[in-house]
Design a protein around this ligand. Structure first.
Ligand SMILES: Nc1nc2c(c(=O)[nH]1)N[C@H]1C(S)=C(S)[C@@H](COP(=O)(O)OP(=O)(O)OC[C@H]3O[C@@H](n4cnc5c(=O)[nH]c(N)nc54)[C@H](O)[C@@H]3O)O[C@H]1N2
Ligand SMILES: Nc1nc2c(c(=O)[nH]1)N[C@H]1C(S)=C(S)[C@@H](COP(=O)(O)OP(=O)(O)OC[C@H]3O[C@@H](n4cnc5c(=O)[nH]c(N)nc54)[C@H](O)[C@@H]3O)O[C@H]1N2
Ligand SMILES: [Mo]
Length: 773
């Protein structure tokens, strides 16, 4: 593999998910890391007891050791992080920041690991070396210069360990603000809000073992073949033992459709693959709430029929009576929802919805999973609450083999929230911090991601610190976000790899290179482990395995402690002492965060420990102490009023999604194997009839312009139209290239999550008409 991408090619993929293609792809990344043998040893430690937690996704594992527990995309993540290539003083002397800005996201990260702290020199437009102490002192000067602590933004991306996240929130709150914009704001925020209101805890209620007992598993708006490949195995096992797997996705994503496991040699050799799904439903973008409502309406109809015939009930009346509130209002809402609206909004025929409802009814134990296809819409909170409503009707929460399963993204995004990375922190957390550390903890809500961008744009916030991630590229409305960062007096990025956020500098800017999950973290009292929490609330330890590329890199906790000490001195804790051995950080976590008592002992247990989940135990930590039905009506229209105000009918509705060879804004290669694309990311998938109807030809280059009545033109140029098996009226294109199309004020109600899966667009012939394919 080299940086030179393959010649662009588009040819529908006919192989199975995983299998030989996966093995070939992993091998390429392995060799390209320049240290294949070391990395092979490291890979075998992935997700093992005594090994490190995969820096890929947040899917959990069975606790037994021994079996190989990494997937194709986990292997890519490991090889990408554990590379021999480094980016330090020589690199930055060679390229100015303006020059670097002209490079692609792919090129930037490919350059390798950041190896030493750097400070931006505006005079020369180059990054130049800076000592750690000078860097910390510079941050302290800027933070002390602010009129109020609320003028600084402290971003977190979900790879930060529990220890790093806990220290970060402690420092930031001791400094005096709750401004915690977080990648979760763009991700599963709607799940947290919806579940918190409905069942009292914003996390999934199931554990890994539940998948072994489910009679049906519904997967909404998720592409596990690419984004959570280890999830395919429990799905496949479920199908094997006769359980139903039903998928709701407008795209027939490979892996949901056909699957073979790379670790099952026989199936691979015989090239035998079997259909994984037992049912596949292809809703309109944003149509899931209507589909779920339709399922509930069928259940209600069958419940009434059963009652009139004296047959067994469809609803779990005992559960509803004992545990829930609001069923009558909800069923009245179900009755009031017209079938015509359900059909029109869901994009599904009533017989399809009836089929889904039957699958649902006939299963005793049902797990419902979901991801970004549900969380990145205007009405994501009501949609997820509709899942809860459905599950409550049949008592499918809090018993083995049944429950709610938001499948998280970043490997520790759930843990970061548990540790208090929260712009709207619960009072109990703040009370506990105040009691333990004896300082006045800020009580006002802080900024989430959208609010942080607005605050920087308006000049209210002047310092941005990013604990990981790529704020400039992951956020919506890219030109405005870039301007927001550039308005700052200081931007600081604590990172492993070079990305566009380092090039979108404030007046002053720092790059602070940190250790990653795979690196050995040596502190005064020896090598340290960190801990993480997966989607099933399992907490386990992670031990880095590889010698760091540079002695100048520091661990995230050490960097945070360095900043904190420079800003606050030894208040409210002795930061250096904590870093000497992370057991001391874990003691503070045990003192303040519920569920972590005796943390240092329990985390020694192979496989870790379960944090507990009140909803999973049928205890409801809601205001009324019950599980709540949420009686929402369907949205009047899926088109936001700002779209309707333009008076223009959108050509297509665009969703922005991930290719197979990327991890969020990290682009591993320009290929998307399962969708048949090679060597090119500026593509837009559309239905052949739509391409024809709109007067274009497949392979032609187009611009996309988003419809939003605020006088700002949002356009991306030169995307190649690909005829794809996608429902009419829809389009799909990769994130982050399409982020300039997502308006900053187009976000989910109650979640503030940018609506990345629903962008109303117009196509225009590209100014550059040269054909690529
Ligand atoms: N290899 C790899 N792994 C990853 C990531 C990665 O980038 N690469 N990212 C990580 C992160 S942070 C996250 S959050 C997860 C993301 O995991 P996913 O949620 O699987 O990610 P997306 O690519 O955004 O895919 C969304 C899926 O939802 C479907 N969809 C879109 N709109 C709708 C809709 O309205 N209704 C329905 N029913 N379906 C819809 C799309 O067709 C697509 O299949 O993955 C994590 N794991
Ligand atoms: N249009 C559109 N936008 C989206 C989405 C979408 O589906 N569509 N998805 C959203 C979602 S779900 C998410 S989660 C966000 C992701 O947003 P982010 O989490 O901000 O972005 P990433 O691309 O994961 O960040 C990659 C960078 O993290 C740094 N990094 C990697 N590992 C480590 C580490 O161990 N420590 C530290 N300190 N840094 C590290 C590297 O420098 C790398 O360049 O994007 C969101 N944006
Ligand atoms: Mo995410």
């Amino acid at each position: 593999m080299s940086l030179q991408p393959a010649r662009p090619r588009y040819k529908p993929y006919t192989g199975a998910a995983a299998g030989w293609g996966a093995l070939r792809s992993v091998t390429r990344f392995w060799l390209d890391s320049k240290q294949p043998f070391k990395n092979l040893r490291a890979l075998l430690k992935t997700n093992q007891n005594g090994g490190f937690d995969c820096p890929g996704c947040a899917w959990g594992d069975s606790p037994e050791n021994g079996r190989i527990k990494f997937c194709e995309n986990g292997a890519k993540a490991v090889n990408w992080e554990a590379t021999k290539r480094g980016v330090g003083a020589t690199f930055f002397a060679r390229y100015s920041v303006s020059e670097l800005r002209r490079q692609s996201d792919y090129w930037l990260e490919y350059q390798g690991r950041l190896t030493q702290p750097m400070r931006y020199d505006r005079q020369t437009d180059h990054y130049v070396p800076v000592s750690w102490d000078e860097a910390f002192a510079l941050i302290a000067r800027h933070l002390h210069n602010l009129e109020s602590p609320d003028q600084a933004e402290f971003y977190t991306s979900g790879r930060a360990s529990n220890e790093a996240a806990f220290l970060y929130q402690l420092f930031v709150r001791a400094f005096g603000t709750n401004n915690f914009p977080d990648c979760s704001n763009m991700c599963h925020e709607a799940s947290g809000v919806a579940l918190g209101q409905s069942v009292g805890v914003g996390k999934g209620s199931v554990t890994f073992a539940d998948f072994e007992h489910a009679d049906a598993i519904f997967v909404f708006g998720q592409n596990p073949g690419t984004n959570h490949p280890r999830m395919l195995e429990p799905l496949r096992e479920a199908v094997k033992r006769g359980a139903q797997v039903a998928c709701f996705n407008p795209l027939k994503e490979r892996g949901l459709e056909r699957f073979q496991h790379p670790q099952h040699a026989f199936e691979m050799l015989s090239n035998g693959s079997r259909p994984l799904n037992t049912a596949f439903f292809r809703p309109a973008l944003g149509g899931d709430m209507a589909a779920l409502r339709g399922m509930a309406k069928f259940l209600l109809q069958w419940e009434r029929e059963a009652q009139s015939k004296g047959e067994a009930a469809v609803f779990d009346h005992a559960f509803i009576a004992e545990h829930t509130e609001g069923v009558d209002a909800y069923l009245a809402q179900v009755d009031a929802t017209p079938w015509a609206q359900i059909e029109q909004q869901s994009g599904l025929r009533l017989d399809e919805i009836e089929c889904a409802a039957r699958l649902y009814r006939d299963a005793n134990r049902v797990i419902i999973c979901w991801a970004m296809g549900l969380t990145q819409h205007h009405h994501s909170v009501p949609t997820i609450q509709e899942i809860v409503n459905l599950q409550l009707l049949r008592g499918n929460v809090g018993r083995p083999g049944a429950g709610l399963c938001p499948v998280r993204g970043h490997s520790n995004v759930q843990g970061d929230r548990t540790m208090g990375i929260n712009d709207r922190p619960p009072a109990a957390l703040l009370d506990a911090l105040e009691q333990r550390f004896q300082f006045r903890v800020p009580r006002e809500h802080g900024h989430n991601t959208v609010e942080a961008i607005n605050a920087m744009l308006e000049g209210h916030s002047k310092v941005f610190i990013g604990l990981g991630g790529n704020f400039a590229q992951a956020t919506p409305d890219s030109p405005r976000t870039h301007a927001a960062l550039q308005h700052c007096a200081l931007t600081v990025q604590i990172s492993t790899k070079l990305n566009r956020s380092h090039l979108t500098t404030g007046n002053d800017a720092l790059i602070l290179p940190c250790l990653g999950r795979t690196d050995i973290d040596r502190q005064a009292e020896g090598p340290q482990a960190v801990t993480v929490e997966d989607s099933f609330s399992m907490i386990h330890a992670s031990y880095g395995q590889l010698e760091p590329l540079s002695a100048e890199m520091r661990s995230e906790p050490a960097i945070i402690a360095g900043i904190a000490k420079a800003v606050l001195g030894n208040h409210p804790v002795d930061w250096d002492a904590l870093i000497g051995h992370y057991d001391r950080i874990r003691e503070l976590i045990a003192d303040t965060i519920p569920g972590f008592h005796d943390f240092n002992r329990r985390v020694q247990h192979p496989g870790g420990f379960h944090l507990g989940n009140s909803a999973g135990e049928r205890r409801w930590s809601t205001a009324n102490g019950r599980a709540n039905f949420a009686p929402h009506s369907l949205p009047q229209s899926l088109l936001h009023e700002k779209v309707r105000e333009t008076g223009e009918q959108p050509d297509l509705i665009l969703q922005t999604l991930r290719s197979h060879d990327q991890y969020n804004t990290t682009i591993y290669s320009l290929d998307d194997r399962y969708r048949g694309v090679r060597g090119l990311r500026e593509v837009v998938f559309a239905n052949a009839d739509d391409i024809n109807r709109l007067g274009y030809e497949p392979g032609q280059k187009v611009d996309m312009v988003s419809l939003w009545a605020d006088g700002v033109e949002r356009r991306v140029s030169g995307f190649t139209l690909l005829a794809y098996d996608i429902p009419p009226g829809q389009a799909a294109a990769y994130y982050p290239e399409t982020n300039p199309l997502v308006p900053l004020d187009s976000f989910g109600e109650g979640s503030f999550t940018p609506t990345s899966k629903f962008v109303a667009i117009r196509l225009e012939p590209a100014r550059d008409t040269g054909r690529i394919l």
